[in-house]
Unconditional design. Structure first.
Length: 201
């Protein structure tokens, strides 16, 4: 193995709510990834999570991983736990599975088929800080939604389209990598072999 390859590092972060998925903030109003953990200067996030989303984020200085993980032709599964306002109907779940029309960059986009299920119990995730805001007279529920694509704010746009706005969004896994057992803000360092085995099979 070359010296260059031996210097590659791979991190799994449980990204907290209200943290920018980058290392700088021009407005100086948000926490950044560097404030969560002292990542190496040449590390960067593979893909992204919105500031108001939580969960699994991969960071590395191995630039070849970006193409292999994010290129649509590889169709890697990303699973999200989604707390929504209301209790989705069977029809709404079916619509999410088959695909819905959402707006991406002001153009209509038809989402690809997804795996969707209504969870009977909330997932085992840390409390969010601050907690979600919800209406006392409106129940909430949790969905498990698995996609093989990742358009801008796609999950939120999808649930809103079928009439059940997203209140909280947590990325639970990317293929075989999961946040199971992790706390918000926690970082795990993994080997290249482990990452490739769990993501690429």
């Amino acid at each position: 193995m070359s010296k260059k390859k031996s210097q590659f590092q791979y991190f799994l972060l449980y990204k907290p709510f209200n943290v920018l998925c980058q290392f700088t903030d021009s407005s100086n109003t948000k926490r950044t990834l560097g404030e969560v953990y002292p990542f190496p200067k040449n590390a960067y996030p593979v893909g992204r999570l919105d500031t108001d989303s939580e969960g699994l984020l991969i960071l590395t200085n191995d630039k070849t991983l970006n193409h292999r993980l994010l290129n649509p032709q590889f169709a890697h599964k990303r699973t999200y736990w989604v707390q929504v306002e209301g209790i989705p109907t069977a029809e709404a779940l079916q619509q999410l599975e088959k695909g819905v029309d959402i707006k991406i960059n002001k153009k209509v986009y038809r989402t690809q088929k997804a795996e969707v299920k209504l969870l009977q119990n909330p997932p085992n995730v840390p409390d969010r800080n601050p907690p979600i805001r919800f209406r006392k007279n409106q129940p909430t529920s949790w969905l498990e939604l698995t996609l093989t694509e990742g358009k801008n704010r796609q999950v939120r746009r999808m649930t809103a389209k079928v009439g059940f706005p997203t209140l909280r969004l947590v990325r639970a896994s990317i293929e075989g990598l999961t946040i199971e057992g992790m706390e918000s803000g926690q970082v795990l360092k993994v080997s290249k072999n482990t990452l490739e085995r769990k993501v690429f099979g």
